[in-house]
Design a protein around this ligand. Structure first.
Ligand code: CTP
Length: 407
């Protein structure tokens, strides 16, 4: 694919180098189009070496090649990271006074703008109005991440992580867009695996990476939702831009947070791999060979609450809003008598949720993998095949189904 990486003049310009590398390593052709001020932060030589292509900022270079038109015409995606308040304003105003803005005007491919600036600037009504203009024209604007800014202050304004930016670009290139159809909606998503302690150093857990839940959180936030991500497993993934994260360890902790957050939720998605059982006793001190052999050799387990099923019951009881859409996941393997899909359908009935995303697992599929596909189950409808692709592409399809259900 032909990717244009636009770079505006902000301190985060150095992070554009990682974005260029990431696309290059995946085999994409990259053209870097910086603004004049971007080159005060990172030199053209760096971008040329990383991209393997010449770098210019002006519409007056390579005029014989009509470069100001060609770069945009040949692009499969244009991503501007970082985008400053000034570049956002110039794009909103339809300016074409440098190669970057001219390229955006010409491009008919997906355009993704990734603002990074100080919180005060980001919150300024002028910037917000310009962002709205961009979005109304089909440009994807990624919400800045929260965190430490250039100075001592912190807040929204940071450039999101490279992987997140690249995922959004690829999801757009795969044909999915990010309409603001979840604006004003609260979406609560569980992700990762829960851990059940045996003693201060050991636990029972699973290998869930949390990637699916994080991808869902990113897509929902990108579509305007107020997202709460309830994360187990100390997920080592970058925080999704625009989401609030609550870390939990055990199933019972996850249940308490989910029940609390679901009280005013419009959508609840249980993407977490929840431990069904926990040790009946948690030792206060590390269990030792010789002393605790009996306890170590046979761990007594007790059943954990089923968070998903109980959320459905709570909705029936009026503790979760009646209109809240509840979504479950099922990771299944088939056997000689029953297919993975049949097991998933039985689980869908048992849990009583509104939608169930069913995956077939085994042979290294799904857990920790970058791609994922399966079926989406809905009441009274045939299973909908979910097209394979990245977890973001899968998430975009799940969120589409959620939005359809909300309507
Ligand atoms: N789930 C839950 N609480 C549990 C177990 C599972 O909320 N104690 C949720 C998961 O987050 C997922 C769905 O239920 O959305 C299905 O999870 P899965 O582990 O496949 O289901 P189980 O009920 O544990 O069934 P199985 O016997 O197949 O493990």
């Amino acid at each position: 694919m032909n990717i244009v990486v636009g770079v505006a003049g902000g301190i985060a310009a150095y992070k554009a180098c990682h974005i260029v590398r990431s696309f290059k390593e995946a085999g994409d052709e990259v053209t870097v189009v910086p603004t004049e001020s971007a080159l005060r932060f990172v030199g053209a030589a760096t971008f040329e070496a990383l991209s393997g292509n010449r770098v210019s900022t002006s519409v007056f270079s390579d005029v014989d090649e009509v470069r100001h038109v060609r770069v945009g015409q040949e692009a499969d995606a244009v991503v501007i990271a970082p985008a400053t308040a000034d570049v956002v304003a110039r794009i909103a105003g339809g300016h074409a006074n440098d190669l970057l803005t001219a390229t955006v005007l010409v491009a008919t491919c997906p355009v993704i703008v990734v603002p990074a600036m100080h919180t005060e600037m980001w919150n300024n009504p002028a910037v917000q109005a310009n962002v709205q203009v961009l979005r109304s024209r089909g440009i994807t604007v990624i919400e800045p991440a929260h965190g430490r800014l250039t100075g001592k202050d912190s807040g929204p304004g940071r450039l999101p992580d490279t992987e997140q930016i690249v995922d959004v670009v690829r999801t757009r290139m795969a044909g999915y867009s990010f309409p603001l159809d979840l604006a004003g909606k609260k979406v609560v998503i569980s992700a990762g695996g829960t851990q059940e302690p045996l003693d201060p150093v050991r636990y029972l857990g699973n290998r869930s990476s949390g990637r699916q839940g994080y991808a869902l959180a990113e897509i929902a936030a990108q579509r305007g939702a107020d997202v709460v991500l309830v994360a187990g497993n100390h997920v080592a993934l970058p925080l999704p831009a625009g989401a609030r994260v609550v870390d939990v360890v055990t199933t019972r902790e996850m249940e308490a947070v989910m029940n609390q957050e679901a009280k005013d939720a419009d959508v609840v998605i249980m993407a977490a791999a929840v431990a069904d059982f926990r040790p009946a006793n948690e030792a206060a001190f590390k269990m030792k060979k010789g002393n605790d052999d009996a306890a170590l050799a046979s761990v007594e387990l007790v059943e954990n609450p089923d968070i998903l099923a109980s959320l459905v019951k709570r909705r029936d009881a009026g503790e979760v809003p009646a209109g809240c859409v509840i979504v479950g996941f099922a990771a299944e393997t088939g056997d000689a008598d029953t297919s993975a899909l049949e097991y998933a359908q039985a689980k869908f009935e048992r849990k009583g949720c509104d939608l169930l995303m069913a995956n077939e697992v085994g042979e290294g599929k799904v857990f920790g993998q970058l791609d994922n596909a399966g079926w989406l189950l809905r009441r009274g409808e045939e299973p909908q095949v979910v097209h394979s692709g990245s977890k973001h592409v899968v998430s975009a399809q799940i969120v589409d189904a959620v939005v359809a259900h909300l309507q």
